[in-house]
Design a binder for this molecule. Structure first.
Ligand code: GLN
Length: 267
């Protein structure tokens, strides 16, 4: 059977910082190299919410607060559709500002509240201009204890390669995210700041949706994660287990290793 995926790219014009667009290119290429058809739908301000239900995989990148405010208004109009498909298990990757949107709210440095979609049990606050932004290269480990019950299979997928589920990225955020009781972190911070610079958690997992502060972009540096998203999307669409053919990741491995070396971590 010829497999095909539709990737919904949310707000490519306004939500794409620090190379987040590279995530789309990675997903597209890793599908194409395996003969999997891909269509990327650009979902910019004013898009018809019904388009969301035609997507098999969603991606949304980060942005500055100014852009976030504009997007937040549009996104609220799509909140119920997005919530429905996320709850149904449509896989998605949400980076930084997008990740903050999935929570209850984002409080800007001046105290302004940007309402979130309330899909994930988390909130984000920027403590103000007297507090430093959390910037730099980051390494996290996706340990099993960060990933609950039915998701343990997914954890083993992530750990097949890439040195036991180690994710490498770059973060730059003023917001500090705090997870509630009903949500699991994506990983534990090995080097860097993560969700809030204090509790060592990074990102969040809910059903097949992943939130993270890792720009960089995250997927070219972490090909197992890209493949996990592709696999989840195909399995959800076709309803049967999918084994992706292996690809040569030697360049990606070198990139990961060089970042790790800078942070004095051995990969
Ligand atoms: N505006 C958010 C913050 O600084 C998100 C930044 C980003 O997406 N890079 O916390």
């Amino acid at each position: 059977m010829n497999h095909k995926l539709v990737i919904g790219w949310l707000y490519p014009e306004l939500m794409s910082t620090y190379g987040d667009r590279g995530n789309i290119i990675t997903l597209q290429k890793r599908c194409e190299w395996r003969g999997i058809g891909v269509e990327v739908k650009r979902l910019d301000i004013g898009f018809d919410h019904k388009l969301l239900t035609t997507c098999n995989l969603l991606f949304m990148g980060g942005a500055q607060d100014q852009q976030q405010k504009i997007v937040a208004e549009d996104l609220q109009k799509k909140a119920s559709t997005l919530k429905k498909i996320i709850n149904e298990g449509i896989p998605g990757l949400y980076i930084c500002g997008a990740y903050q949107f999935l929570g209850k709210y984002y409080k800007e440095a001046d105290g302004t509240i940007i309402k979130g979609l309330g899909i994930l049990d988390l909130y984000t606050e920027n403590p103000g201009i007297n507090h430093p932004r959390l910037i730099g290269n980051i390494i996290i480990k996706c340990h099993p204890e960060f990933i609950s019950g039915s998701q343990s299979k997914r954890d083993s997928d992530l750990r097949q390669n890439d040195n036991e589920g180690t994710l490498v990225g770059f973060e730059n955020h003023g917001g500090r995210t705090y997870l509630g009781k009903n949500i699991k972190a994506l990983g534990r911070v090995v080097k860097g700041f993560g969700n809030n610079g204090i509790d060592k958690t990074e990102g969040a997992i809910y059903k097949n949706s992943f939130g993270s502060y890792l720009h960089g972009p995250i997927l070219p540096k972490n090909p197992s994660f890209a493949d996990l998203l592709i696999k989840l999307a195909l399995e959800k669409k076709y309803g049967s287990p999918i084994n992706l053919s292996p690809l040569d990741n030697s360049l990606e491995t070198q990139a990961r290793k060089s970042i790790a070396k800078r942070l004095s971590i051995e990969l």
